[in-house]
Design a protein around this ligand. Structure first.
Ligand SMILES: [Zn+2]
Length: 299
């Protein structure tokens, strides 16, 4: 029993509690990631949305965040990459039938949602994913089992567009099993890959977006009134302030994104920006004339 001179506590006795505490902490984190909104920290409640990084949010929290990016202190750290509702997908979740009948005073409450194919709980024990085209959520193993192995026609060399599409087992909408799946709450390594993918997608999008914006400005060049509407800052102070917040948010986000980016992606960005700058400064009448019909045809 100790204290009688007969037992001397060794290192194992003294440090035994530490891993246990760490374990409990980790379990709490997992429970928080899978059962609570990453932004508001409130229990997940439908409608639930997910971003390109597979984080789970209550849709109302994301809407609040988009209206005022400072409403949650650490909002920009968690979902700074969410710029509009287009950047999240509303999920089709399957409520856990066990949840309704269980009382709230259990130590570990059952997960709120399950995989409709395997009935496995969505609690972080097994990997889950959602289809980005329709938003249906499945356990990875369940979806894999239902889809079966990739047909031989889907050889690696094929272009994504030409690949045969699969049908969602829940809503039967078509999706691409390589392009259109997003892991929910991925591990750190997978999350990094997803971040780079997002950055690459944003880079190519921004490129065309900038071109489009530049072209729009050129079109309104001679029509001062309309140009003012496009370029000049708003005279309404509240709109001006909110757009300034958006611009500041974007700059901050860009800084963060560059900091997290791999060298390869970074070089892509830097290459793009210098190119864009030189284009902007050295853009002559000839380019201007050339840009307009191109953009009109693309609209
Ligand atoms: Zn579906």
């Amino acid at each position: 029993m100790g204290n009688d001179g007969g037992s001397i506590p060794d290192r194992r006795d003294l440090v035994k509690s530490k891993p246990k505490a760490e374990q409990a902490d980790k379990a709490n984190q997992v429970r928080a990631r899978w059962g609570f909104c990453a932004l508001s920290k409130k229990p997940l409640q439908e409608p639930v949305v997910s971003c390109a990084l597979g984080r789970l949010y209550n849709k109302d929290a994301i809407i609040e965040f988009l209206l005022d990016r400072n409403v949650y202190g650490d909002g920009d750290d968690i979902c700074g990459h969410v710029k509009s509702l287009k950047d999240v997908k509303t999920l089709t979740l399957t409520p856990n039938p066990v949840k309704a009948s269980s009382s709230d005073d259990v130590d570990i409450p059952p997960a709120a949602f399950v995989c409709p194919l395997t009935m496995k709980e969505m609690n972080g024990a097994v990997p889950f994913l959602y289809i980005t085209t329709c938003g249906c959520v499945f356990s990875q193993a369940g979806l894999k089992a239902v889809l079966g192995p990739s047909p031989p026609a889907k050889a690696d060399g094929q272009e994504p567009g030409t690949r045969e599409k699969d049908l969602c087992p829940q809503c039967t909408k078509k999706f691409d099993r390589v392009e259109d799946l997003c892991t929910i709450n991925p591990g750190p390594e997978e999350e990094e890959i997803m971040m780079e993918k997002l950055a690459a997608a944003r880079a190519s999008k921004a490129k065309s977006g900038k071109k489009r914006k530049a072209a729009v400005a050129e079109i309104f060049d001679t029509k001062d009134k309309k140009r003012e509407r496009v370029v000049a800052p708003s005279t309404n102070p509240s709109i001006a302030a909110s757009s300034r917040i958006v611009v500041e948010g974007l700059a901050e986000e860009e800084k963060k994104r560059l900091a997290h980016m791999s060298d390869a992606v970074k070089s892509l960005y830097q290459g793009k920006s210098t190119k864009a700058d030189s284009n902007w400064i050295s853009r002559g009448t000839f380019t201007r004339v050339r840009v307009i019909p191109l953009s009109l045809s693309s609209c």
